[in-house]
Design a protein around this ligand. Structure first.
Ligand code: SAM
Length: 230
């Protein structure tokens, strides 16, 4: 059975797609799609030998090896130029996701959608997408066993949602998720509280610090927290 976090991502994968899962570990997402008859073809990309073997073993174990290739390599380098419709990158930090996207930019040209699930640092992923010709087509929050996860789907195109909202800065919206905000996602309050608490903790930690960098950082956070208070 697929975890709620990975199951949520399948909503964004149209039936019959060619799908790459980069950093797939056990490849449960693609196995689920193949088992439910929704996968035309899958490619697992794995950088590390252990997870690469995990993927091979589980794919063979579930009898779906005809549907899914497993490739060892860094990020999008395992993909040909027009091999997949959907690229999934899930369960990693936002900066690693950005690095994988940036290093494999030419492989994104023919992909119709990117399904991304940053465990932390969603802000940097959203800003990267906006600056690199992608627009957000969907965002969601998932409660998986008491842990809050965020995920997004992006397509080629100009991003306009940040200007549409206007009431919050681009930086703040990129941290919250502009579509989560616009659509008042039911778990949004939980997410905003988490961000606020993290900022408050850093602010408190800097309370007695004397260095100029610390003082500057504290001022910056003060302004930031004021915007978040609204
Ligand atoms: N995607 C799965 C999920 O969401 O449950 C597994 C996430 S697991 C925490 C992250 C995986 O990414 C690891 O198996 C790791 O080996 C792989 N990984 C890390 N950097 C990578 C890279 N540059 N290219 C491909 N895979 C990478």
């Amino acid at each position: 059975v697929l975890s709620p976090r990975l199951l949520a991502l399948t909503e964004w994968i149209p039936e019959g797609s060619r799908v790459a899962d980069i950093g797939a570990d056990h490849a449960y997402l693609l196995i689920h799609l193949a088992k439910t008859g929704r996968l035309s073809h899958g490619i697992v990309g794995e950088l590390n030998h252990g997870p690469y073997e995990n993927a091979r073993r589980s794919i063979a174990g579930f009898g779906v090896a005809d549907f899914i290739d497993v490739r060892l390599g860094n990020g999008l380098s395992v993909l040909g130029k027009n091999e997949v419709d959907v690229i999934v990158i899930a369960g990693m930090g936002g900066s690693l996701i950005c690095q994988i996207l940036a290093e494999g930019k030419e492989k994104l040209e023919n992909a119709k959608r990117l399904v991304l699930q940053p465990n932390i640092g969603g802000r940097s992923v959203r800003l990267w997408l906006k600056e690199n010709g992608f627009r957000l087509a969907g965002e969601m929050l998932v409660d998986d066993g008491g842990i809050l996860y965020e995920a997004l789907v992006a397509k080629h195109g100009e991003e306009t949602v940040y200007e549409e909202i206007g009431e919050l800065s681009e930086e703040t919206l990129a941290e919250i998720g502009p579509l989560l905000w616009k659509n008042r996602h039911p778990l949004l309050k939980w997410k905003v509280e988490q961000i606020w608490n993290a900022k408050q903790r850093i602010f408190n930690g800097l309370q007695n610090a004397k260095s100029q960098t610390a003082i500057d950082k504290r001022r910056e956070l003060e302004t930031d927290l004021k915007e978040w208070e609204r």
